[in-house]
Design a protein around this ligand. Structure first.
Ligand code: ATP
Ligand code: MG
Length: 200
């Protein structure tokens, strides 16, 4: 007699459950994680702010440092300012192709990094988001080793999320989780304007 669809489904699900349960049992380490969200598609910063929302749900303390950004007002900035559990620091210089001022950008990057470094030493922060940090490494505005050391030596329970394209192999090596958002298509390239509450 042939197995019914329902029976086959049940067997497959049992098999999958055994695998999932084994994986859950194998993951026994309790500590904060480091996450790199990279790639050319839309969703890196959005994903980081999704984790901010999760953390806030548990009344965790969140630190956000935004490199590059900060000239244009964003929904995340407006939200962070309304939310006492979030400390937000923005580099505020905007994009390098707008500033066209390398030494000014480097000085701003250094000032901004000091804020990030302080958060990475402070165990009262459960989650630290370093938005667009990868560009500071890519443009050599900040010393890569200094960044890697600070992330590696952060408090054990603290999680850190780094966003931005690139970032280099040393950062990828260090981070516990690395995910790449693939660009399939983007509304902007079809002529649709960036949207409040969606893109910024
Ligand atoms: P988001 O903040 O929307 O999650 P992101 O962090 O993945 O985007 P960034 O490069 O930081 O990507 O994007 C900054 C802005 O550029 C956002 O407004 C975003 O919608 C837009 N954007 C992101 N990816 C693309 C793309 N592939 N083409 C055009 N615009 C993009
Ligand atoms: Mg981003």
């Amino acid at each position: 007699m042939t197995e019914s669809k329902d029976e086959r489904h049940k067997k497959a699900m049992q098999k999958q459950k055994t695998k999932v349960d084994a994986n859950i049992a194998a993951a026994a380490e309790e500590r904060g994680v480091s996450i790199l969200l990279t790639g050319n598609g839309k969703g890196k910063s959005s994903s980081a702010f999704g984790m901010v929302m999760r953390a806030l749900g548990y009344d965790h303390k969140v630190g956000i440092v935004q490199f590059i950004k900060g000239v244009q007002l964003s929904g995340e900035e407006l939200f962070a300012k309304k939310c006492p559990a979030i400390t937000l620091y923005q580099m505020g210089t905007g994009f390098t192709w707008n500033t066209q001022d390398r030494s000014g950008d480097i000085a701003a990057a250094e000032r901004t990094w000091e804020q990030a470094e302080a958060m990475l030493k402070d165990d009262s922060y459960n989650l630290v988001v370093l938005d667009e940090l990868t560009y500071m490494i890519g443009y050599k505005y900040l010393d890569e080793q200094k960044i890697l050391t600070a992330i590696a030596n952060r408090p054990r329970e603290q999680s850190v999320v780094v966003t931005g394209r690139g970032g280099g192999s040393a950062l990828q090596e260090l981070m516990d989780t690395v995910a790449e958002v693939k660009d399939v298509k983007h509304a902007f390239r079809a002529g649709v304007k960036a949207r409040q509450g969606v893109d910024y």
